[in-house]
Design a protein around this ligand. Sequence first.
Ligand code: SF4
Length: 323
Amino acid sequence: MQTFRYSQARSVEGAVRSSGTFLAGGTTLVDLMKLDVLQPNAVVDINPLPLAQVEALPGGGLRIGAMVRNSDLANHATVREQYAVLSEALLSGASPQLRNMATTGGNLLQKTRCYYYRDTNYACNKRQPGSGCSAIDGYNRIHAVLGGSADCVATHPSDMAVAMMALEATVHTQGAQGQRAIALDQFYLVPGMTPDKENVLLPGELITHVTLPALAAGTRSHYLKLRDRAQYEFALASAAVVVRVSGRRIERVRIALGGVGTKPWRSAEAERALEGRDATTENFRRAADAAMADAKPLRYNGFKIELAKRALVRTLETTTQTA
Ligand code: SF4
């Protein structure tokens, strides 16, 4: 590990002025520093900042501080009752110990689990721009079938972000230019020719909190994660659904997929295929086909296309059966 300067932030403004790499739960950053994948000269510990509250918003909805731990958020009474998809996604991630440390802001920014990114013996455009991508012609079973480019096909690993995408969350930041509110749908970037640039944050910009809109009465939600083992494993495919049904008719639905895209993947195509239609398995399958219509399999990950479709159909069946 390369030596670095450590300091603690005493205020959000001070953190933004510090020009260091922010340390929250450390469950990604410290691992990657040990592996020499990330080599920051300065680390700014933001744990002292007062950003660990979950609060109800006056007009409905929820404000989640960036330093709220994943365990606390998953078990928060309002989240469990009104945003089940988020609680389920959080509890499907990592292990209890990691969830006790990992934070809301850090989870949004966690790095890919691409083996080649984490091993400095291999070429990786995300770690070292212009060096090449070892995954495209390598062992790419866990990689993306949606949103990839000739330069990178790494999946985004977060479960929480997939649920927040379906909940239409907004990310709030503070930077040198002031405060910004960014729809989560606009927060992540696909890799294109610059896979090292993963989101729209500017240098030094800090996530302060996330807001979730209020959900209309009768809205149901669910997260389903499919993976190689039942615990402590990343998704091969996952589905987050937030839906409101009237009779058999789907009034409103929001859909996001995990494990298959280079970012948490909102599927407007699947939403369009369902809204105004009846909640039937046939329509769910049609929506799943629409969600994966642009999928491009690599040598080892073609199975993800059918897996993601089945995950989505099952999640739609679960949410609409209980409605
Ligand atoms: Fe690096 Fe992306 Fe290629 Fe993985 S898929 S080796 S992260 S460039």
